[in-house]
Design a protein around this ligand. Structure first.
Ligand code: GDP
Length: 195
């Protein structure tokens, strides 16, 4: 996939701010610091459009990016910070339900996990949440450059098992350092965008 144009449309806190263009959307979620911004930036060939290393405690927003004028990536705020207050957690949940419960043009989701680690309970909850909303999910196991080749198949199997991944959902090994997995990731996303 050749990305010629990618820009941020809005950082939305409520649904009145969502872009109204009727184009398909893909939502991306992952634990804070897992490498989600790096994944987005690699996919759209930008160094720093999606902000990396977001700090805890800053305003949680849904960031809409328009790609090639034809679809949106929606960057969901990272989860899994231990120090987030209960009030912030509640606000996050409300924002998620408002988006995932109602957004008509949402066609698919991406869950970014770390190939080195067993998925956390929150990763499992996020995957289940997507499946509850009937979304096809592409699982990106990133930072593959940090895992020796010989160890990758076992890590891949472990992640599929712990998340209880539906057999129709692909798990793709990825590296933002080397761009490995990028073509395969686009292939999966394009199938949902019907492009
Ligand atoms: P986010 O909080 O999920 O958006 O995570 P970031 O994209 O900011 O990445 C967190 C840290 O992991 C940064 O220091 C990145 O440079 C690093 N990182 C992200 N992806 C990769 C990868 O594929 N390989 C390696 N080696 N480091 C990565």
């Amino acid at each position: 996939m050749r990305v010629n144009e990618a820009e941020i449309v809005i950082s939305a806190v409520s649904k009145t701010q969502y872009p109204s263009d009727p184009i398909p959307e893909i939502a991306l979620a992952g634990r804070s610091n897992v490498g989600k911004s790096s994944f987005i930036n690699t996919m759209i060939q930008r160094k720093n459009l999606a902000r990396t290393s977001g700090k805890p405690g800053k305003t949680q927003t849904l960031n809409f990016y328009i790609i090639n004028k034809s679809f949106h990536f929606v960057d969901v705020p990272g989860y899994g910070y231990a120090k987030v207050s209960k009030a912030e957690r509640t606000r996050w949940g409300k924002m998620m339900d408002e988006y995932f419960g109602e957004r008509e043009q949402l066609v698919s989701a991406v869950l970014v996990v770390d190939l080195r680690h067993e998925p956390t309970d929150e990763d499992c909850m996020m995957y289940d949440y997507f499946k509850y909303h009937d979304l096809p999910v592409t699982i990106i196991a990133t930072k593959m450059d940090k895992v020796k080749k010989g160890k990758r198949p076992a890590q891949k199997k472990l992640i599929r098992e712990v998340l209880e991944v539906d057999e129709k959902d692909p798990l793709i090994l990825f590296s933002a350092e080397t761009s490995e997995g990028k073509d395969e990731a686009w292939k999966s996303l394009r199938s949902h965008l019907k492009m």
